[in-house]
Design a protein around this ligand. Sequence first.
Ligand SMILES: C[S@@+](CC[C@H](N)C(=O)[O-])C[C@H]1O[C@@H](n2cnc3c(N)ncnc32)[C@H](O)[C@@H]1O
Ligand SMILES: *[C@@H]1O[C@H](CO)[C@@H](O)[C@H](O)[C@H]1NC(C)=O
Ligand SMILES: *[C@@H]1O[C@H](CO)[C@@H](O)[C@H](O)[C@H]1NC(C)=O
Ligand SMILES: *[C@@H]1O[C@H](CO)[C@@H](O)[C@H](O)[C@H]1NC(C)=O
Length: 249
Amino acid sequence: MGRCVKILFGSLSIIVALIAIGIAYLKMNDLYRQKLFARFLNKLSDPNNTAMMDIRCNQLLKHSNVKGQVLEIGSGTGINFLCLHNNTNIQSYIGIEPNIQMYSYFYDFIKQWDKIPYEIHLLNDSATDMHEVKSNSIDTVIMTLVLCSIPDPLPEKVLLEVHRILKPGGKFIFFEHTSANYEADPFIYGFQRMIEPVWAIIGDGCRFKPITNYFDAMKNVYSKVEYQHSDMPTPLFFIKDAVKGQLIK
Ligand SMILES: C[S@@+](CC[C@H](N)C(=O)[O-])C[C@H]1O[C@@H](n2cnc3c(N)ncnc32)[C@H](O)[C@@H]1O
Ligand SMILES: *[C@@H]1O[C@H](CO)[C@@H](O)[C@H](O)[C@H]1NC(C)=O
Ligand SMILES: *[C@@H]1O[C@H](CO)[C@@H](O)[C@H](O)[C@H]1NC(C)=O
Ligand SMILES: *[C@@H]1O[C@H](CO)[C@@H](O)[C@H](O)[C@H]1NC(C)=O
């Protein structure tokens, strides 16, 4: 009983805090919001989170998995460079990042390695339209924790754009948030529904979506679609559900 009350009050105070932050945030202009999100993401991008870095570097972005012409969608503050900086299989790196307020954090972060053995470019395109990237030109596409921020029906467009730019046989590797399963976790599912409007505001538009639907819809487009459920190592109980996997052109 005492535990229930604690959880209830804990949740309520999180909600109230989120609503207050959300309202303040809504009143800001876009530029300021982009700046704030960049700063917020920079705080969240923690190289010392060893469980998360293990997923990024040892499960997802192993050197043998990431090679050739590499493109990352939503490169953010460059956190994945902890895994990529000394990957000698990489020939070039393009980061697709529409929030140009991220760029200074990105370049500051990767500055710590003075000899990254390939060229690095950032493009301020949206991944829904990467017109600056040629068709059939990329060997490996990387995407971590991006799709929830892309409003419907645009995630489909992103997956089709990635298919366009990949070389035949090229790999699209991802790790993404997904919504809780209603049957398995009705409490978390309900909590997500409840806080989503505010969460979307502070989390750069991130919504709790059954993200695997987008990948399933690609079964007739890509030659291979595979993913599995994965746990996000985070103290926030309502964003623990994730999927990791790959699409192969
Ligand atoms: C939650 S952050 C994740 C950053 C980083 N990939 C990571 O794993 O920490 C989402 C990133 O996706 C970017 N993003 C949002 N919409 C995008 C779009 N349409 N195309 C490409 N990137 C986008 C955001 O600017 C932000 O940098
Ligand atoms: C990570 O840990 C090291 C050593 O404990 C510390 O110096 C550094 O400030 C930490 N970095 C972050 C981003 O917390
Ligand atoms: C790459 O650097 C990481 C540390 O950032 C290190 O743990 C890893 O062993 C290095 N890998 C290679 C192949 O040099
Ligand atoms: C975005 O990229 C285009 C093309 O490279 C460039 O002309 C434009 O100045 C960039 N926008 C910003 C705000 O940097």
